[in-house]
Write a protein that binds this ligand. Structure first.
Ligand SMILES: Nc1ncnc2c1ncn2[C@@H]1O[C@H](COP(=O)(O)OP(=O)(O)OP(=O)(O)O)[C@@H](O)[C@H]1O
Length: 705
């Protein structure tokens, strides 16, 4: 036992002072943990993956790997207190009890005593509060960077000792918990050692033979994808389907960078347990077989689903909103732990059988290139990949902050709202981020007021011009929430993920309300779907069916989008669908719905429009269309006030007519014959009151009984 120096402050008892018998007992308890638990424990002790691997490999020789680990830690002057805190944090109570027994018998310094009654959270959590987005000074990031002047490799050392997040936090994050495979969330209140029986029987560390067997010898048929740094295979072991990501061991990726990537990925996966984060379920470290193993996600990646040429059913708006919220929660969760993901993109958002999104594959893109000359093509690809989801200033200056994840999230949300690719070399501009930032910039220049107003204006323009037309009806108010969330993500200064979350939750609440209204009281509450008639074909049983029906209707009648036209027709510019031609747009700006967002936009044609590299002619058509539409709508507002959009906007006898963004559409609108059923009118009035928070939901429905 370390003795306090005479006259000095008492020294904490060090690990190396632990008696041999106690150490023996402790190691026995630890060595019989599952691989998963042992690795979780060890990854907090040793953050260096190479060291950890060396120790783990000794297992085969029969040596106690915990003893090796304790030796490694002990010579670095770790204290008993630190060990106890770690054990308690991971709920490894049996092993902790061995240490506690020794501590109480030997009556060592009180400072070493850690109460061990329940798995409850201690009063001072080490993680930041839920809303605290800034990194804690004690929580270095796990991050890797390609940026030239960023911290070398950005790998973290000396992590704090973990404790599980409080149960309420875990619950709120894991509202929907069908965890794949048998890996349990770390927020469980049951001590982990009592759950051994539930843990996966297979080892976390796969041998070369196991990965080869699972992938049928890495056969072509099993290959899902080949990226720059890794090949992705489908594999099977013990009747469970996995995705095995085999890192390419190329000249340009040194052992160092492979290990660095492994280190980042493994650390992240062992520390993070969240319904929206893809769980690492195994890895292989043998030379030439550096593999990371994940559960197979039935619905592939979000990118696959959005761009699928094969699947005719687009993701519904409900699903897109749900996926957005899941992604935002994953990022919030990582940031609350002081972790940067660094690789947020739609191909890294995997969708399970319920379309629950799982954010995966952090940091692989961020491999640094260590040999300079020969890899120009690869470098271009890497640069392109970076440019797609990263803010311009980061690419230039290399400042790594949470902003990069929030920006990436904004681009993924924009892919969902617009249905267009984040990068398309056959398009101008190539990057979706340029389209969105240009809209924001234009709105900013036209609006002298606060940023919320210009973001709202930009959001409306984005919806008007770029909303994904394949999906079907999307109430304007909700579409604008969605687009506003994107604008917040792309803010140059202090984008706030909490605000993005709130905005999308608002969208989610409203789309749920709309679904309820459509599915129960009446069908067709909509600004562009014909009001219900006695005709059976007009009613929809479910929201999904209704959106399919609408989507079909839209695709039948839609004029070709600019992006689908040959380049000479639109000067090779990015699709800016002029509202004038948009007779069948499913997004319709509606003055009544928009009232929740303040005065309608005045439309704008900024000086920038004349000089921007993007097509201005289309902008002008659209902006002025937008302006005319709003003005005309305002004129009509007096006479139509409190009249539900569906009644007001849609001709009762023509299911194919739709609202237009244009003044042309409004001209038609004024000539339509409007029949209003009194009961429905009352309901619509109530809905408006409900939207203004003057009625609650029960009053809304009660009034109809
Ligand atoms: N767990 C999984 N389940 C199902 N499909 C997956 C899974 N992981 C990856 N895929 C498929 O493999 C594709 C490529 O995955 P990969 O992780 O290589 O993405 P990438 O964007 O090409 O590269 P990186 O993540 O390395 O930057 C995904 O788009 C998806 O189709």
């Amino acid at each position: 036992m370390a003795q306090p120096p005479p006259g000095g402050a008492p020294q904490p008892p060090y690990l190396h002072s632990m008696p041999a018998s106690v150490l023996e007992d402790f190691c026995q308890k630890m060595d019989c943990l599952s691989d998963y638990d042992w690795m979780r424990f060890a990854s907090y002790v040793i953050t260096d993956q190479t060291e950890l691997r060396k120790i783990k490999c000794m297992e085969k020789t029969g040596i106690s790997i915990t003893r090796e680990l304790m030796w490694w830690w002990g010579v670095r002057l770790a204290t008993v207190q630190q060990l106890l805190e770690l054990l308690q944090g991971l709920q490894l109570y049996r092993a902790a009890q061995v240490i506690l027994d020794w501590v109480s018998v030997s009556n060592i310094s009180n400072s070493a005593k850690v109460p061990l009654e329940s798995p409850k959270q201690e009063s001072t959590p080490w993680y930041p509060a839920e809303n605290e987005i800034g990194p804690s000074p004690d929580l270095p990031y796990i991050c890797v960077s390609t940026a030239p002047n960023s911290v070398s490799g950005g790998i973290l050392y000396s992590l704090p000792y973990p404790q599980p997040p409080p149960e309420d936090l875990m619950n709120s994050l894991q509202s929907n918990p069908p965890l794949s495979l048998s890996v349990k969330p770390c927020g469980s209140s049951r001590p982990r050692q009592e759950m051994l029986a539930d843990l996966p029987s297979g080892s976390l560390l796969w041998t070369q033979e196991e990965v080869i067997n699972a992938t049928n010898g890495f056969s072509e048929e099993n290959r899902i994808n080949e990226g720059i740094f890794a090949e992705v295979y489908k594999g099977q072991r013990h009747n469970v389907v996995y995705v095995i990501k085999r890192l390419k061991e190329m000249e340009c990726t040194s052992q160092n960078s492979i290990q660095r990537f492994f280190h980042t990925e493994v650390q992240m996966c062992f520390r993070c347990c969240h319904i929206n984060i893809l769980q690492l379920v195994g890895f292989s470290l043998e030379n030439g077989y550096h593999c990371l193993i994940y559960p197979f996600m039935d619905n592939g990646s979000l990118e696959d689903r959005l761009q699928s040429q094969v699947d005719p059913t687009p993701l519904t708006w409900e699903k897109r909103i749900m996926i957005s919220i899941g992604l935002i929660r994953a990022i919030q969760y990582l940031h609350n732990f002081g972790i940067l993901h660094g690789n947020v993109k739609s191909s890294n958002v995997l969708l399970d059988e319920n379309f629950t999104p799982k954010l995966g594959h952090s940091g692989l893109r961020l491999y640094s290139m260590e040999k300079k000359s020969d890899y120009a093509v690869m470098k271009t690809k890497i640069l392109q990949a970076s440019l797609t989801y990263l803010p311009e200033d980061l690419v230039r200056h290399g400042h790594l902050t949470q902003k990069i994840d929030i920006f990436g999230c904004g681009i993924v949300l924009a892919e969902m709202l617009t249905g267009t690719k984040a990068m398309d070399e056959g398009r101008t501009p190539i990057y979706l981020k340029d389209v969105i930032t240009d809209e924001i910039q234009t709105a900013k220049e036209c609006s002298c007021s606060k940023h919320k107003t210009f973001e709202n204006l930009a959001a409306k323009e984005i919806c008007c011009k770029y909303l994904d037309r394949k999906v079907g009806h999307f109430p304007a108010e909700i579409a604008v929430h969605f687009a506003t969330a994107i604008c917040i993500c792309l803010r140059k200064k202090n984008p706030d993920i909490t605000e993005v979350h709130e905005m999308m939750e608002m969208a989610e609440r409203k789309i749920r309300d709309h679904s309820i209204l459509e599915g129960s009281t009446f069908s067709g509450f909509s600004i562009n779907i014909p009001e219900e008639t006695d005709d059976e074909t007009a009613s929809h049983n479910s929201n999904e069916d209704s959106s399919k029906a609408r989507s079909l209707k839209c695709s039948n009648s839609s004029p070709p989008l600019l992006r689908d036209l040959p380049p000479e027709t639109y000067n090779g510019q990015m699709s800016r669908v002029p509202c004038e031609s948009d007779e069948s747009s499913s997004f319709v700006w509606d003055p009544v719905e928009s009232s929740a967002y303040g005065p309608p936009s005045s439309g704008c044609t900024s000086p920038k429009n004349a000089t921007s590299s993007h097509s201005r002619s289309n902008d002008e058509i659209c902006s002025s269309g937008f302006q005319k539409r709003n003005m005309a709508s305002n004129e009509n507002k007096n006479t139509l006030e409190m009249v539900p959009p569906a009644e007001r906007m849609v001709p009762s006898n023509n299911a194919n007519l739709d609202l237009s963004c244009s003044s042309k559409g409004l001209a038609k609108e004024t000539s339509w014959e409007i029949k209003i059923n009194d009961k429905k009118k009352k309901l619509m009035e109530n809905i408006l009151l409900y939207e203004e928070d003057k009625l609650n939901s029960s009053e809304l429905f009660e009034s109809q009984i």
